[in-house]
Design a protein around this ligand. Sequence first.
Ligand SMILES: Cc1cc2nc3c(=O)[nH]c(=O)nc-3n(C[C@H](O)[C@H](O)[C@H](O)COP(=O)(O)O)c2cc1C
Length: 448
Amino acid sequence: MSQHETFAFQSSEELLRKASELGIELPFQHDLSPLFEEISLGSKKIANRLAVQPMEGYDADPDGSPGDLTFRRYKRFAKGGCSLLWFEATSVDPDGRSNPRQLWLHRQSVDGFTRLVAETREEAHQNFGADRDIFCVLQLTHSGRYSKPEGKPQPHIAVANPFLDEKRDNLHILSDEELDRLQENFIDTALLAYRAGFDAVDLKACHGYVINELLAAFARQNSKYGGSFNNRVRFLEELVHKIRLEVPQIQIAVRMNAYDGIPFPYGFGSTKDEPVSIDLTEPKQVLLRLIEEGCSLINITAGIPYLKPHLGRPFDRPVKGSPIPPEHPLEGIFRLLSITADLQKEFPEIPMVGTGYSWLRQFFPNIGAAVLRNKKASFIGLGRSAFAYPEAPLDLKEKGKLDPKKVCISCSRCSEMMRMGGTAGCVMKDKEIYGEQYKKLLRERKKL
Ligand SMILES: Cc1cc2nc3c(=O)[nH]c(=O)nc-3n(C[C@H](O)[C@H](O)[C@H](O)COP(=O)(O)O)c2cc1C
């Protein structure tokens, strides 16, 4: 591992020189045409390989319906030109909300979601023509250990984890019966997502939330959901199977942590030896089961953001008060690219979305194009970069390059706003709204 550094590259040559100093073979090419190759997802043909990653904005109405800023966000993404929109983590259960303003889909809020999908599609039609299809995935989740339905932690966990539990006593461990009921909630919500007009639902299995936890529940005892591989994959595998049967019209996607970065027996995709490193044997077995059950789209990510945020989103500056990561951001990016490449190679017929591109700023398209050309992923997923610069795909198509003044600077303020319980967006490049909200949150924090 090398020392952390901030982004300071004026040219792609400087970036590639740094990568080679670090011993990293960073994929790179000047021809950006792979980003604009059509692809079919189910019955839809979409225009490009640029995807917006799911990112919570915490701006839902109290009943879980999308609020004004939610509408604004998705319309900006649609207008910016990404063809695959992966709508943010949406709770299937009021107790599993990560924040009182997290989206929550249920019978009374479904109309708001229906309008959100319709207006987002309409935005794409207005800007790119009536035949412009976008593919809309809704990420379904229960926040488990990170639930804060009323603003205060109310953890519901699958298994005790000494790396993640702040307190060791009075932990609410979800019983098998509670997990069975939760499965029903996911299925009911998938049906509502179909009625709202989404093309697919994602069963969120990443970042330490319940389904991810279950995959790593080696230490969960006396439970059909813990211990053996079959037991740990059961919840997710059955869920895919049941949704396929009960809501056959909707496609099923999974965003999966391929590597938690926590040692065995507490982390998924991890080796048994110290220091912890990657072992993709089980992630591959899980994907095989899911694909056999009918899952048709995969999004690969890594890390638990509350523990080692750099594993999933390499950055320049950590959230205030958090440590500087023990590695160079390019090492983190290369890890994400390599994991995704390995999994895509194993399942070449299943489209996979890669992540971790935002730190690369104006050079992400060059790396993304080379990743696509070499079939190391099928989509380039944009997280923070989409908050900062939603019209990046349009600029790339029209001007052939990005404006370095508009790119995400990976300052972590979007995550910081989330941690402070506020709405999340780009403080630096969407200042009018989020610059003001950030200042307000800081003032409120000072008063405490
Ligand atoms: C403010 C914020 C909210 C996020 N919300 C979600 C989410 O709802 N679901 C999810 O799977 N990942 C979420 N993520 C992670 C992103 O989808 C993405 O994996 C991460 O930011 C790395 O991609 P990037 O380098 O392009 O930003 C969030 C990240 C941020 C910064």
